[in-house]
Design a protein around this ligand. Structure first.
Ligand SMILES: Nc1ncnc2c1ncn2[C@@H]1O[C@H](COP(=O)(O)OP(=O)(O)OP(=O)(O)O)[C@@H](O)[C@H]1O
Ligand SMILES: [Mg+2]
Length: 341
């Protein structure tokens, strides 16, 4: 579905909670390339907000503007109640930023990196040592604390990065792709860290390439495409925007597959899903039948398959996931590999 025909839904926006971040009409261009073409955001305090978008969509640019690292060309934004243009120091005092690329200095130890941050935040020597020790403990870096950070694994560096961000006890943190390149265990550790931050009342603004991450962590998700927010809402709300549910039949016998594909193509039953047509995907000997995933529709599809003598080796029910949303909203019409829907 082309994004141009999608409305820009702002679903279930509750005015009741105060906004940690709000933006109206944010714009940014580099030369004649428009990166952000009027972005509106409202992130309630104490929530997790995920900004999704393909490479180059402008996620980092948005983070850099909101964290006052660069200026917007137009629009307005308040972060922690401070205007980014007129009160950047107020913004900086309230936020922490973990950039897409690590701010860790590899030449010094993890502990020294922490103490450097404590200095930057003007903590006393004693307070700095206490904060560093506490955070190194919390992020499971005590054993590595005296080793040069260049010897840390990617996951350890990322944990140190976030620990450094927390030195100033920020109420709002920006995490630009916090789990890119991490293995599944490290990713889960990072999710746990983020959940604990939120439980402490911190607002988290994260960008991610991992839709599952947004799905699991974020209270609200915005999809950035072509410089605009293509859609915004909870994961469930976004999934409802895009039809993607289907039943998938997989065959091991090519001739069984072919006759099933033929039967599906010829079907003229008054059943809505079957009328919409099954789709063969040759290389995997699979067929897809659009389905809303309800028990009723599943039963009638099964009845029809029985009546038509189609017996698949495997039947799986797929509900819409954020991948479907992402591909629908960011220009691609389909998921790669699952070519046709
Ligand atoms: N300093 C700069 N000068 C010129 N162009 C820039 C600059 N910074 C970013 N851009 C361009 O702006 C666009 C958005 O970049 P940005 O880094 O915000 O994307 P992103 O969504 O974070 O991508 P990724 O997922 O790859 O991190 C890109 O086309 C990028 O080349
Ligand atoms: Mg980026």
């Amino acid at each position: 579905m082309p994004s141009s025909v999608m409305p820009t839904p702002r679903l279930g926006d509750g005015p009741q909670s105060s906004a940690a971040v709000s933006a109206v009409g944010l714009r940014k261009s580099y030369g004649d390339k428009t990166v952000l073409d009027g972005i509106d955001l409202r992130i309630p305090a104490g929530s997790v907000f995920a900004l999704l978008g393909p490479n180059g969509a402008g996620k980092t640019t948005a983070v850099r503007i909101l964290s006052t690292l660069i200026d917007a060309d137009g629009g307005q934004a308040q972060v922690a109640g401070h205007d980014i243009a007129t009160s950047p120091d107020g913004v900086r005092a309230a936020i922490g930023v973990t950039g897409q690329f690590s701010a860790v200095d590899g030449l010094i130890t993890g502990e020294e990196n922490m103490l450097l941050m404590a200095d930057l935040h003007h903590l006393s020597r004693r307070e700095g040592r206490r904060t560093a020790a506490e955070l190194l403990q919390r992020f499971d870096l005590v054993d590595a604390a005296k080793k040069p950070a260049s010897t840390y694994s990617g996951g350890m560096k990322r944990r140190l990065d976030i620990a450094m961000t927390l030195v100033g006890n920020p109420r709002i943190i920006f995490l630009d792709e916090p789990t890119t390149g991490l293995d599944p265990r490290s990713r889960h550790t990072m999710w746990q860290i983020i959940r604990e931050l939120v439980a402490d009342g911190v607002t988290v603004f994260l960008t991610t390439q991992y839709l599952e991450e947004a799905d699991r962590l974020a209270d609200r998700i915005a999809v950035l495409n072509d410089g605009r927010i293509a859609a915004e809402g909870t994961a469930e709300e976004l999934k409802r925007l895009v039809p993607g549910g289907h039943i998938r039949l997989r065959f091991s016998d090519p001739s069984a597959y072919r006759s099933a594909a033929l039967a599906l193509h010829e079907v003229t039953l008054p059943h809505s899903a079957l009328r919409r047509g099954g789709t063969p995907i040759d290389e995997a000997l699979s067929l897809q039948i659009p389905s809303d995933g309800t028990q009723r529709e599943l039963r009638s599809i099964l009845d029809w398959l029985d009546a038509a003598g189609i017996e698949a080796d495997e039947l799986t029910v797929h509900t819409t996931d954020l991948d479907d949303v992402f591909f629908a909203l960011t220009g691609g019409t389909d998921k790669p590999k699952e070519a046709v829907r």
